[in-house]
Design a protein around this ligand. Structure first.
Ligand code: FAD
Length: 472
């Protein structure tokens, strides 16, 4: 049984269908028969990037998905870094060149991706998706396990309905009540790591004549000196979404014309010129995301059998990094492996333990790097916050500075940002050495230019300022 039919619930149901005779997904929200926004998933109106790694993982779960998306109009970027504008922490990555390694990305809207997954899950013979709200799981203390769920009654005066299950997957999202239930059942609370990032989103859909810009993915993250950022994606129905956001509780623009002013401020002129021809569609959407949250279930000594927390119910990342769906797709792999190794095992508490541990392993590197970025560049407060994080963030700033003008470094960043190759954002010795040499060369050029009197007199400054002296 699965609680929730969003990205996580659908992914979990797909995996469970290979192991159980019957899988039931309970979803409280209306599920549209076509790609459309849902009221229970308000974030789907905002920019949702599908990382290249996530596309591969979802294709593994649902073979044929990517071709079907492209057939439906979803943009596929095959070795087209010129279609991606990537600004991170105040540095614009120099990715507009031929890549050394193959790089393919897809740009579905969030409602489209969810619909593609939903219709595939609906087609699985032993899976049923029912529109019902789950009140709570039922726990049997004697067996220390969850035995099913109680459903909210369809009529206000009726009793909750019990439905038995061998396994309940909690994919109810960030707002899951599992922490409360665990307490009620006599378990220790899971430690919660948080990063208070105070992100506020404002998004607007729009149309624009084709061909005005070649980019299909535009990301300009916030930085230490600029708490506002934005992103733009070109979707399958030939509409665009423009999302503007503020970190540290800074309010983003509230109207389309204010959003365009921010585009002028943050992006090169040609974007503003193109967007001057944009026609807004509908009304703006707003969303607040106070803190990233990681519930560390893997640290609990005791965890009940018969229930597994999944997706955002375990960890919800700073959305401006665009990783949530991809990290959920990795959890689907963990669930499959945990189920495979649990076949024939004496205790199915082992299943949750194994899944929780594997999820922690993939969450850790991404969580840590996000947190380092957030405390260094986004004025965030993390709990816990190791002292070395800010120094690491400042070093990474040097790397990003070099990646503005070194295409090899830029490509390394693009791949890691897309969660390809490794989840660790730690530059290996080869990349680190290259960064140092590149920055030294930039610094020497700057010194020479200053001696010739051609460079602007500067105090301190970062290597990125040198770029203006370097590039035509
Ligand atoms: C503003 C914003 C922007 C984001 N941008 C990106 C991005 O660019 N890229 C990316 O990869 N990720 C992004 N994310 C994260 C992404 O949306 C989530 O990681 C992803 O949706 C997976 O979430 P989920 O399925 O676990 O939970 P959710 O999507 O929150 O879904 C939970 C589901 O459970 C249902 N449910 C809850 N309680 C019950 C109940 N009691 N009974 C029955 N059903 C129930 C809900 O109705 C809902 O359908 C963003 C998130 C936010 C907030």
């Amino acid at each position: 049984m699965v609680i929730g039919a969003s990205i996580a619930g659908l992914s979990a149901a797909r995996v469970l269908s290979d192991f159980y005779a019957r899988v039931t997904v309970f979803e409280r929200d209306d599920l549209p028969g076509e790609p459309a926004s849902r009221s229970a998933v308000p974030q789907d109106r905002h920019l949702h990037m599908l990382m290249a790694r996530g596309a591969t993982e979802f294709e593994g779960l649902f073979p044929g998905l990517l071709d079907d998306m492209v057939a439906a109009g979803v943009v596929k970027l095959e070795n087209r870094p010129d279609c991606i504008y990537l600004g991170a922490a105040g540095h614009v990555l120099g990715t507009g060149h031929t890549l050394r390694d193959e790089f393919t990305a897809y740009v579905p809207s969030r409602p489209h991706l969810e619909w593609q997954l939903r219709r595939r899950v609906r087609d699985i013979k032993n899976v049923e998706i029912l529109q019902r709200s789950v009140l709570e799981p039922r726990y049997e203390p004697a067996r220390e396990r969850v035995t099913g769920v109680l459903l909210d009654p369809p009529e206000p005066d009726a009793d909750p309905e019990f439905v038995a299950a061998d396994l309940v997957v909690d994919a109810a999202g960030r707002g899951t009540r599992l922490p409360v239930w665990l307490k009620q059942w006599g378990y220790q609370p899971a430690q919660e790591a948080t990063v208070g990032i105070g992100v506020k989103y404002a998004s607007h859909a729009f149309r624009m004549p084709d061909g005005l810009i070649q980019e299909k993915v535009v990301v300009n993250g916030a930085s230490h000196d600029q708490s506002l950022g934005l992103g733009m994606l070109f979707y399958e129905d030939r509409t665009w979404v423009l999302t503007t956001f503020g970190v540290a509780n800074i309010k983003p623009p509230q109207t389309f014309s204010e959003m365009l002013t921010l585009v002028d401020e943050l992006l090169p002129d040609y974007f503003g010129k193109a967007l001057a021809q944009a026609e807004p569609i509908g009304k703006p959407a707003f969303h607040a995301f106070p803190a990233s949250k990681w519930r560390r279930y893997h640290k609990l000594e005791r965890f009940p059998a018969g229930i597994i927390p999944f997706g955002d119910a375990v960890v919800s990342f700073n959305p401006t990094f665009g990783q949530g769906m991809t990290m959920t797709s990795l959890q689907a792999g963990h669930l499959r492996r945990a189920l495979e190794s649990a076949v024939g095992a004496s205790s199915d508490a082992q299943l949750a333990r194994e899944f929780n541990r594997a999820t922690a392993k993939t969450t850790f590197p991404v969580w840590m790097m996000n947190a380092i970025g957030d405390v260094t560049f986004h004025h965030a407060k993390a709990d816990p916050e190791p002292r070395w994080w800010r120094s690491a963030g400042n070093l990474f700033d040097q790397f990003l500075g070099a990646a503005e003008t070194d295409p090899v470094l830029a490509e390394w960043f693009l791949r890691r940002f897309s969660l390809l190759d490794s989840l660790y954002m730690l530059p290996p010795a080869r990349i680190f050495g290259r960064t140092v040499v590149h920055n030294m060369r930039l610094w020497l050029n700057e010194q020479r230019a200053q001696r010739r009197g051609g460079g602007a007199a500067r105090r301190g400054g970062t290597v990125r300022d040198v770029r203006a002296l370097q590039l035509p």
